[in-house]
Design a protein around this ligand. Structure first.
Ligand code: F6R
Length: 365
C-alpha cells in the first residue's frame, strides 16, 4: 500500500535512499570500497565498444552512462532508443558487447533490440529490476537493480537505481581496463556510497524554493530544462517527467545548444530549469544561463553551495543541493527533477500514479 503517502509516486520518491543503498551494496564492497561485479558475458578489456539500448527513462539512464564509460573506462559507447535500434542495421563486431536497461524487463521494443543484438552475435548484458522477467531470462548476464516494485507509472527509484548500477559498472570496467587508478576508484566509489545519505538529506530537509518553482511551472505552457555533460540527460529526464505527469510541454536541451535555436523561445513566460552543479562545466553552463536571463528568461537553478553565489546574480530562484563529486551529480540531481514533476502534477490535479495514455510496461510495439 501507500502507507502515509498520498501517492505511490511520493512513497517511491522517499524510497530513494534505501533503494540506492541496497543497489550499491550489490556492486561495491563498502569495507574495501572496491567494485565487486559478478561474472560478465564479455571481457571488458577486449571489447572495442559497447552498444546500449533502452526506452524512455531507461534510455536516458544509458545516456548518462555514456559519459561515465567514456570518462573512467575510455570505452566508446553507442546508445540508441530500442524502437530505432531494432530497425537500424548497425555494423557490429562479432562477439561485441551490448547492454540493455529496463525496469520491467518486458518492454517490447527493448526486448526486440535484445533479440536483434543477440542474433548479430553480440553478448548481451541487461540491467533489470524484475528478476525472472523476459529480458533477465534471455540475456547472457543480468545486473539487478534492487528498487523493489515500482507502482507509479513514471519511473523514479528504478531510474536512480539504474544509474547506481551503471556507475558501478563503469568503474568496474575502468579498473579492469587499467584506465582508472586504485586511488581514483576508491574516491569515486566513496562518492557513490555517500549518495544514499545525500538523497536522504535532500528529501528530509526539503528543497528551499521547490514549491515556488513548482507553482511557476504549473502556471506555464512551456518549460525548458538545461544541463551540460552528464547533467544534459538529466535535463531530458526532467522534461520527460514533467510532460508525462503534468501534460505541460517541456524540452530538455544541452545548455550549449541554446544559441542554435531554442533561445528564440525565451521570454518571461517560459521557466528555464537549470541543472548546474559546481564542476568542470559550471562556468560554461552558467554563461549559457546568463545569456538566457539577459533575454528575459526566468532561470530556476539547481546547484550546490559552491555554485549558488554565481547563479544568484541572475537566477530568479536557486535551489542548493548537497555538494558531491561531479561524477555522482547526475544521480543526485535526478531526484529534484522528479520531485518537481510530482509537485506540479499535484498542483494541477492530474492523475499522478496513472498519467493518461501511459502504461507501466509497454509490452506492445
Ligand atoms: C518514464 C517511464 C518510461 C519507461 C519506459 C521503459 O517515467 O517510466 O519512459 O522508462 O517505458 O520502461 P522499462 O524500464 O520497463 O523498459
Amino acid at each position: 500500500g501507500k502507507g502515509n503517502y498520498r501517492h505511490f509516486m511520493e512513497k517511491e520518491l522517499h524510497e530513494h535512499p534505501v533503494v540506492l543503498g541496497d543497489t550499491l551494496r550489490q556492486y561495491i564492497d563498502p569495507a574495501s570500497r572496491a567494485v565487486a561485479l559478478p561474472a560478465l558475458p564479455f571481457d571488458p578489456v577486449a571489447v572495442p565498444k559497447i552498444s546500449f539500448s533502452a526506452c524512455g527513462s531507461a534510455f536516458i539512464a544509458t545516456q548518462v552512462a555514456r559519459y561515465w564509460f567514456e570518462q573512467v573506462a575510455r570505452l566508446p559507447v553507442d546508445t540508441d532508443v530500442a524502437s530505432e535500434l531494432r530497425y537500424r542495421d548497425p555494423p557490429l563486431p562479432e562477439g561485441g558487447a551490448a547492454l540493455l536497461v529496463s525496469q520491467s524487463g518486458e518492454t517490447a521494443d527493448t526486448l526486440a533490440a535484445l533479440r536483434l543484438l543477440k542474433s548479430r552475435g553480440q553478448h548481451v548484458l541487461s540491467v533489470v529490476n524484475v528478476p525472472e522477467s523476459t529480458m533477465d531470462r534471455e540475456s547472457d548476464g543480468t545486473l539487478l537493480t534492487v528498487a523493489g516494485p515500482e507502482i507509479g507509472v513514471a519511473s523514479t527509484k528504478a531510474f536512480t537505481a539504474q544509474l547506481a548500477v551503471l556507475a558501478s559498472l563503469a568503474l568496474g570496467f575502468g579498473r579492469a581496463r587499467g584506465t582508472l587508478t586504485a586511488a581514483e576508484e576508491a574516491r569515486l566509489t566513496a562518492a557513490l556510497l555517500e549518495v544514499p545519505a545525500h538523497a536522504a538529506e535532500l528529501l528530509e530537509q526539503g528543497l528551499g524554493d521547490m514549491m515556488e518553482i513548482a507553482r511557476e511551472v504549473a502556471a506555464a505552457r512551456d518549460v525548458l530544462f538545461l544541463g551540460r555533460g552528464s547533467l544534459y540527460p538529466i535535463a531530458l529526464e526532467g522534461a520527460l517527467k514533467l510532460k508525462e505527469l503534468s501534460y505541460i510541454h517541456a524540452e530538455g536541451y544541452a545548455a550549449g545548444e541554446m544559441k542554435h535555436g531554442p533561445i528564440a523561445l525565451i521570454d518571461a513566460s517560459v521557466p528555464v530549469i537549470a541543472l548546474c552543479p559546481s564542476g568542470p562545466l559550471f562556468e560554461k553552463t552558467a554563461s549559457n544561463l546568463q545569456e538566457a536571463a539577459a533575454r528575459g528568461g526566468r532561470i530556476m537553478a539547481f546547484t550546490d553551495a559552491e555554485g549558488a553565489p554565481a547563479l544568484r546574480r541572475f537566477a530568479e530562484r536557486v535551489v542548493v543541493l548537497p555538494s558531491v563529486d561531479p561524477f555522482v551529480a547526475p544521480i543526485l540531481h535526478a531526484i529534484p527533477v522528479q520531485l518537481l514533476a510530482y509537485h506540479v502534477a499535484v498542483l494541477k490535479g492530474t492523475d499522478v500514479d496513472q498519467p493518461r495514455n501511459l502504461a507501466k510496461a509497454v509490452t506492445v510495439e
